[in-house]
Design a protein around this ligand. Sequence first.
Ligand code: 5GP
Ligand code: ZN
Length: 112
Amino acid sequence: MDCIFCKIANKEIPSTVVYEDEKILIFEDLEPQAPVHLLIVPKKHIESLNDMTEEDIELFGHIMHKAAFIAKEKGLTKGYRVVNNCGVDGGQTVGHVHYHLLGGRELQWPPG
Ligand code: 5GP
Ligand code: ZN
């Protein structure tokens, strides 16, 4: 399958990994939009949040749990943002579901 995040998860494409377990990979975004900008990706190929099924509920809970764990590890004591872009209007550009973890500066609201 020609999926860039599957290739990153399989180490066919290099990335700067900050956390890995059997279910997920967390790595640095190539074009960081904040001092801390990480991508949290399930190793299972799921195209978007729309394609999540009931059997993935535990996996997505695991993603959120590790997002908070890594935010603490990165010292984001003043807060951070976890974002999923879904579909064209949501601004999704990679068709493998992922969450952005952004922090290290005061983030604006609402996003554009
Ligand atoms: P989306 O726009 O789909 O929500 O987010 C895709 C993100 O993946 C973007 O922030 C983009 O910078 C990042 N990205 C795209 N290709 C690569 C890559 O090959 N390596 C890494 N580390 N990040 C990537
Ligand atoms: Zn994939």
